[in-house]
Design a protein around this ligand. Sequence first.
Ligand code: FAD
Ligand code: N01
Length: 548
Amino acid sequence: MTVHTPHHQDALTPYDAIIVGAGFSGLYLIYRLRQIGLRVRVLEAGSGLGGTWYWNRYPGARCDVESMEYSYSFSPELQQEWEWAERYAGQAEILRYLNHVADRFDLRRDIQFDTRVTAAHFDEQHNLWQIYTESGEQFHAPFCIMATGCLSTARVPDIEGLEQFQGPQYHTGNWPHEGVDFTGQRVAVIGTGSSAIQSIPVIAEQAAHLYVFQRTPNYSIPAHNHPLTREEQQAIKARYDEIRRTARESLFGVCFDPNDRPAATATPEDLQQAYEYRWQRGGLSFLTAFNDLLVNEQANETAAEFVRSKIRAIVHDPAVAEDLMPTTYPIGTKRICVDTNYYETFNRANVTLINLRKEPLEAITTHSIRTSKGDYPVNCIVFATGFDAMTGTLAKIDIRGRDGLDLKEQWNHGPRTYLGLMSAGFPNMFMITGPGSPSVLSNMVVSIEQHVDWVADCISYLRAHGQQTIEPTYAAQDAWVEHVNTVASYTLFPKAASWYMGANIPGKPRIFMPYAGGVNVYAQKCAEIAANGYTGFVLHASEAVALA
Ligand code: FAD
Ligand code: N01
């Protein structure tokens, strides 16, 4: 750990770093930056901490990376003492965990809730970030860290007549804290992504009738969720260090037990056996059944067809089964879903699937959803329509760098970052799991810890070497953006109209935003760059004019 060398601004600024967001990222930032002697302030729009797990309280919300891995690794005591109740923790349990972390490490005193940041401007004269909030408050600090999340701007699509609807409307990503009672209700769910696939089976158990409006079917693998026994937990805890290391050194940041053989050369029996084994085990590791599923279209099709065969076997009505089968994109190129009784739910008498490819959604009326075939009267609407992912939350903040450079404008044709950590022209502004880093393709807690550690080490380095600012060069950024694109072009990811590609937001540039090269390769690059004195970055020692 680097010792804190007093900074010339210390006496003049109450904070060394302003952090935006109090989810997994913001919380670990407080812990880690305090460790190196920084005075930090977290500004959080919500009235509580937890980020994703504060906002997404829809029925059935839970993680799809197993709880014992979807958790912090920075404290051996924490990971030994916390007891996860289920293989895949529900939203309430994860939120409880994050609150426990905040209390245990006394993080709460550095968080200011109900504070939405509207602008962040770099003041070149003083080398300070000026941060403005919705309520008119102003903060400044030498460092600004955007821990604003990849999936934190919920999006309701523009559907004609939406404002006329007389009943309640909900978005999964902004769910009422008091919950929603669907008893006796005719409910519409629009969307069939991960949020919908988790909530549909639970809502169906309560609603009088559930109408599921599906535009694109998704591939979903059963979670086989279950309570974790003491013995299961102990077995993992006994090897936790090794498990965490294996996760960090893997492609996705998870111990998936990947098979390093290709499907392309496997026999039909081998394929069937491998997929059946992974299906029975449940969860995201299905995609690591063979090593070529995300790069070879024919290989991918064998996995896709296996899932379709399962849908055929589970869903009683062959026409409904057919409608539920994804056929227009390779499996895994949209985030694969992990469910509990999703396909089975369509065997219920009170559930109707509406295939919007066959009968397009035309409008919302005062009491119904109208497709080309007619009106479906409903009492309430659940929008499970996703997020303006990866860039949407940053784009809502007026971020200005050197010479008044506007981040949104700089990213007009797609996000431009170096390592997904910084953007050229925006000194001392870091992003946690920014576009161009593995982020949403990984177990995000692993990626968050890696980013936060890198940022803390970087700030320590600057201080130890008497440097005031750091920013990437345009050349390094251009090369990284090209590398991110090249790696994506070797994969099947660009073949789907996914939110990874910005395809869910009209007018958003179609660029594959996360880095597909793997958590392991990426972390090694970041470490090498730091070890070589921050290759591709410019560090400035110039004394800024002190604030009057
Ligand atoms: P977030 O948790 O999104 O927190 C960002 C915070 O920033 C929010 O609280 C937000 O209010 C705040 N904020 C944003 N803008 C502003 C502003 N302008 N001013 C002030 N505050 C602001 N990932 C996995 O790896 N495994 C999973 O199983 C998994 N499950 C998920 C389930 C759901 C339903 C969703 C939506 C996402 C899931 N994810 C999962 C991704 C998840 O977002 C990350 O794992 C992780 O929680 C992100 O943490 P974060 O702190 O980076 O961002
Ligand atoms: O959002 P999505 P999500 N008319 O964008 C449909 C994480 N997460 O909230 O595919 C009709 O995936 C849209 O249809 P189409 C995870 O990373 C994890 O479900 O665009 N339909 C799609 O079906 C995930 O990927 C978990 O044709 C419209 C759906 O809405 C990410 O968050 C749980 C429409 C949106 O799906 C986002 O998931 C939840 C319109 N106008 C979330 N507009 C776990 O399991 C959109 N749709 C851990």
